[in-house]
Every structure is written in C-alpha cells, then in structure tokens.
Design a binder for this molecule. Structure first.
Ligand code: IPM
Ligand code: MG
Length: 353
C-alpha cells in the first residue's frame, strides 16, 4: 500500500527518536512492500521559533493531506515563560482539537524482561495489561479559562457534555469487548458535577454493552489500585486530566515512561501517534533517549490508521526480542549496568526484522 504520513519531530529528544522511528518505518516498508511517503512539519517550540506559531498553518495543511500523523514531543525550558502568548504544548493541544481526536489510547503492559526493574513486588506484575482510554479534547484542558495576566486569580473549567462522554465511552466499551471485557471508569463523582455527568453517561452507554463488566472507581482510589492490584485492570476510561496523570503513573508498571506509546483517534481511521513521554530536555542531544514509546507509536499507527496488523506486530515482536536479549537504554538499566544509545538500540531492533 501507499500511505502519506506527516512527521512532526518537535522539540527536545523529539528529533532524535523520530529519526530512529523513520528508520524502523522504512524497514517495515521495505520488508512488507509498502510505500510510506513521509513529510516533515514544524510543531511546538521549534515552530514558535521559526514561524511564530506553535501549530503553523503549513503543518495543519500537511496533516490534513496525510493518512496519519507521527509526532515525537514538544516543549522545553526555553519556552517555559508562564506569560508567553504561545507555548509549545498549545500547538499539540490545538492539533488534537482541530482533528477532533477525542479518544487517546495508551496501552501499558509489563515486559517479563523488565519486571525486575519495576519498583513493585514481582507477584503484582504478573499479567499486567491495561488499555487506558483517555478523553482528549474536553475537560479542564479545553474548558473556559482565565489566564493569570496581572490579576490575582486564574482558572480552568472542567466542562463535559453528555455527547463528549458518550463518544469516548463507546470507544472504551468496544475496546473492552475485544479484550477481557472489563471496563473501569474513573471519575470524581463524589465531588465534581462534571464527573457526576460522566458517571451517569457511562452507565447509560453501558446498556448497549451488556457483555462488558463495568465498575466505577474514584480517581484517587484508582491511583492507589494501579499500584496495589495493577493486573486486575483491563480497559480504564478516564477524563482528560485524570488520564494524563494516571497514564504517567502506570508507566512505572512498564519499566519507564519511555516505553509507552499512544494513539489519538477521532471518528475516522485518521490518527495522531505519539509517545506518552515529553521532550525530556535534560537528556536532549545525547543520543540516550529510550525510543521504544516512539517505535510502539509507529506500530499503533500501522494498526489503527493503516490496518497493517502484521506489520504492527513485527515491530512489537522485534522490541520484545531486543529486551529479552538484555539490551537496555539508560532509563531501563540498573545503576552500574551497561546501557545502549538510542541508535544502538535501534540497530538491534532493525536486526530483528
Ligand atoms: C501528554 C502530555 C501532554 C498532555 C502535554 C505535553 C500537553 O503530558 O500527552 O500526556 O498533557 O496531554
Ligand atoms: Mg502527559
């Protein structure tokens, strides 16, 4: 097949891990006989510096003409001014909103080869395989807000409509049907009005999915249960900010934040694929970033936007094999243990195809 892919390396470690991801994608194209046409665009801090806009029109157009977007990371110390009119993160949020990518899938599993690196008892980690479905275009990220300005207050509003909850709940229930048929809906219905609407909407949507077992967990309790009984979760549905926080927490179960991929989807096959981690400015330019979250994001793109399941699995299997061989980037190595650079790790992955 032929596919057009918008490539947005962004900031910090973004360009380094993206360069390696494109090597992996090219190898898949070669091996399976596909033509992946990749075109680069600017997003985030580098787009502010070069164009004066964190989500430039040219990038929007490039993405609109593509079948999928691959993005690495945005942000950095340089743009951390709290009163600046534009921020790198705004570019990412504007893009998610522009394409109505309301469902963000974040799979988390424990790798047997890495279980010893996870700071939890080994018996708790057996069978950990969670799919977070994070609502991505609503809640406090997009509700009415007041910026700090010169005044003494500022606010963000957690606002949800029934329709917004319904569409993402449908995605989560359908995912659960194809997995272990268990859905945990996260909320804070004991305190927040928006979260009471969330819960009652999820209960209603559940009527169409009687084969899925649904439970509701308050977000604070969920944060604890993720560490005390992680293997009990199947699909976890959460509003935007709760999902952001819980997925970083859950990355510990996978060994490192650098391991997690994500897929952001809307009503069609078009999607945005990016690792869960940020731009890691502290290690940028050193060729030591873990590229696994980025590679697994490529796999999700092949699976969800291009319907190339065998190709997606080829990447996942290659990564499993390299980890089983004992190769580690610095974030998943123990103190004193040898670690591979980003390029060395990629070489090892490519050698598995
Ligand atoms: C994520 C990130 C983003 C978010 C930031 C960079 C805006 O933390 O994708 O999890 O908060 O959604
Ligand atoms: Mg986050």
């Amino acid at each position: 097949m032929k596919a057009n892919i918008a490539v947005l390396p962004g900031d910090g470690v973004g360009p380094e891990i993206m360069a390696q991801a494109l090597r992996v994608l090219a190898k898949i194209g070669e091996k399976f006989g596909h033509e992946f046409v990749t075109k680069e665009g600017l997003i985030g801090g580098i787009a502010i510096d070069e164009i004066g806009n964190s989500f430039p029109d040219a990038t929007r157009q490039l993405c609109e003409q593509s079948d999928a977007i691959l993005l690495a990371a945005v942000g950095g110390y340089k743009w951390d001014n709290p009163t600046a009119p534009d921020r790198p993160e705004r570019g990412l949020l504007a893009m998610r909103k522009h394409f109505e990518l309301f469902a963000n899938l974040r799979p988390v599993k424990t790798y047997p080869a890495l279980a010893a690196y996870v700071p939890l008892r080994a018996d708790l980690l057996e069978g950990v395989d969670i799919l977070f479905v994070r609502e991505l275009t609503g809640g406090a990220y997009f509700g009415p807000r007041k910026e700090m300005g010169d005044g003494d207050d500022a606010y963000d509003t957690m606002l949800y409509s029934r329709a917004e909850v319904e569409r993402v709940a449908n995605v989560a229930f359908r995912a659960a049907q194809m997995r272990r048929k268990k859905l945990t809906s996260v909320d804070k219905a004991n305190v927040l009005a928006s979260m009471r609407l969330w819960r009652s909407t999820v209960v209603k949507v559940h009527e169409e999915y009687s084969d899925v077992a649904l439970d509701h967990v308050l977000v604070d309790a969920c944060a604890m249960h993720l560490l005390t009984r992680p293997a009990s979760f199947d699909v976890v549905l959460a509003e935007n900010m709760f999902g952001d926080i819980l997925s970083d927490e859950a990355s510990v179960l996978a060994g490192s934040l650098g391991m997690l991929p994500s897929a952001s989807l809307g009503a069609t096959a078009f999607g945005l694929y990016e690792p869960v981690h940020g731009s890691a400015p502290d290690i940028a330019g050193k060729n030591i970033a873990n590229p696994i979250g980025m590679f697994l994001s490529v796999a999700l793109m092949l699976r969800y936007s291009l319907q190339l399941e065998a190709e997606a699995q080829a990447i996942e299997t290659a990564i499993d094999a390299v980890l089983a061989d004992g190769l580690r980037t610095r974030d998943i190595a123990r103190p004193g243990e040898d670690s591979a650079t980003t390029t060395e790790f990629t070489d090892a992955v490519l050698a598995k195809f």
